[in-house]
Design a protein around this ligand. Structure first.
Ligand code: PLP
Length: 403
């Protein structure tokens, strides 16, 4: 099973991998059918995939793109966010969520997180809003949707946009509302470690038909959307609109091959999520009695689809100790990773904005002590038991080393 981890290098030997896609013959057949059809881009699979994901997110429109990162880029562009604008976001996320803000020339304004939900503290979000703030870019960190309704209310009150980076939350709902539908626009990602995968891929979801059309135009080289004058002019002259480029666009399209894989995955979404829940519950039961670790807190009203399974070492453990525990687990062929290193401390952000340790102490403290454990649908009870025993052993070793 390949490792699909952003941050660890592949190790030798049989490994309980950090992640692994849930691919069956149905997916393989779907991809082969597309290859045999001869239609490899912009076709029925894209349309079907967009319909399935937007429905699962409780939104009217879906726009398939070549990655979650591209989706975030287009979402911000389509909202007209650019140089001089500020976007409030979290330092505790995968780097792509803040990078998208830099792509459009806007400035990320980080706010610290809540130590339980690991999402932005809503009060700090509201306090951070200033005259240049155009949007809140909120992330369901590690798939946890807590506070999404609060961010939506704050955005509405201050008449700014809520962009939902729901890349880690496909199939999750919060107080009866599906993730993806909290913001003006939401973005999913389908890298192989996510709930479903297209190899690489992403999806923008929204209820706003104009915003969806704008994203479709931007993903496809700026080709006209229905509201553009070129659409009607070209139609009138019969020249077609294919080489009319209304605006600066990109090639962020997702191939029919990838979309077919996505369709097959979406048709099994409920089963895939049930399997992830089973693994998560198994972990919760198995890890409950291990001293020194904090398990994920899932608020009532949350139906989790489980992106990853993380544990946090208790306060008092240092990042060096956490790193030794990770190294020890890896030495025992247990794939794991420090999800997430804080974005504001990454070199590009330090260079641009001069952040330092202490800028966002809660995010830093959580980030220093968190470990993502192997998490995918192929894990057996024996695997989980192995992970738990090895983790327990590594913690005991750390405690003994302290004397
Ligand atoms: C996975 C992920 C993305 C983007 O993913 P891609 O690899 O570009 O598809 C963005 N934000 C978060 C929080 C993610 O976890």
């Amino acid at each position: 099973m390949p490792t699909n981890d952003y941050s660890s290098s592949p190790s030798a030997g049989p490994e309980i991998t950090l992640s692994g896609p849930d691919i069956t013959d149905l997916e393989i057949e779907a991809v082969v059918r597309v290859l045999r059809s001869g239609r490899l881009s912009i076709g029925p699979m894209q349309e079907a995939f967009e319909a399935l994901v937007s429905e699962a997110a409780g939104c009217d429109h879906g726009v398939a793109v070549s990655s979650g990162t591209c989706g975030l880029h287009l979402a911000l562009l389509a909202l007209g966010i650019g140089p001089g604008d500020e976007v409030i976001t979290t330092p505790f996320s995968f780097v792509a969520s803040a990078n998208a803000i830099l792509y459009v020339g806007a400035t990320p304004k980080f706010v610290d997180i809540c130590p339980r939900s690991l999402n932005m503290d809503p009060e700090k979000v509201e306090r951070a809003i200033g005259p240049r703030t155009k949007a809140i870019l909120a992330v369901e960190a590690l798939g946890n949707p807590t506070h999404m309704d609060r961010y939506a209310a704050i955005a509405a009150k201050h008449e700014i946009h809520l962009v939902e980076d729901c890349c880690e939350a496909l199939g999750t709902s919060y107080n009866g509302r599906k993730c993806g539908s909290f913001g003006r626009v939401g973005v999913f990602g389908f890298y192989p470690n996510k709930q479903i995968t297209t190899g690489e891929g992403g999806m923008i979801v929204t209820d706003d038909p104009h915003l969806a059309d704008m994203c479709r135009s931007l993903r496809n080289q700026g080709r006209p959307m229905p509201a553009d004058p070129a659409t009607t002019t070209a139609g009138a002259t019969g020249l077609g609109v294919w080489l009319a480029h209304e605006r600066l666009g990109y090639n962020y399209r997702l191939s029919e091959i990838a979309c077919a894989l996505g369709v097959a995955q979406m048709r099994r979404l409920d089963r895939i999520i049930d399997a992830r829940r089973r693994v998560a519950v198994e972990y919760l039961n198995r890890l409950m009695d291990i001293p020194g670790i904090i398990l994920p807190t899932i608020e009532s009203g949350t139906s989790m689809s489980w992106f990853v399974f993380t544990v946090r070492l208790e306060r008092g453990y240092t990042s060096e100790e956490r790193d030794r525990v990770i190294q020890g687990l890896r030495n025992h062929d247990v794939g794991c990773a420090p999800y997430f290193p804080c974005i504001h401390l990454m070199p590009e952000y330090v260079r641009r904005f001069g952040y330092e340790r202490g800028s966002f102490p809660i995010a830093e403290s959580v980030s220093d002590r968190t470990i993502a454990l192997p998490f995918h649908n192929h894990l057996t009870e024996r695997d989980i038991d192995m992970v738990a025993q090895t983790l327990s052993l590594m913690l005991t070793r750390e405690n003994l080393a302290r004397g």
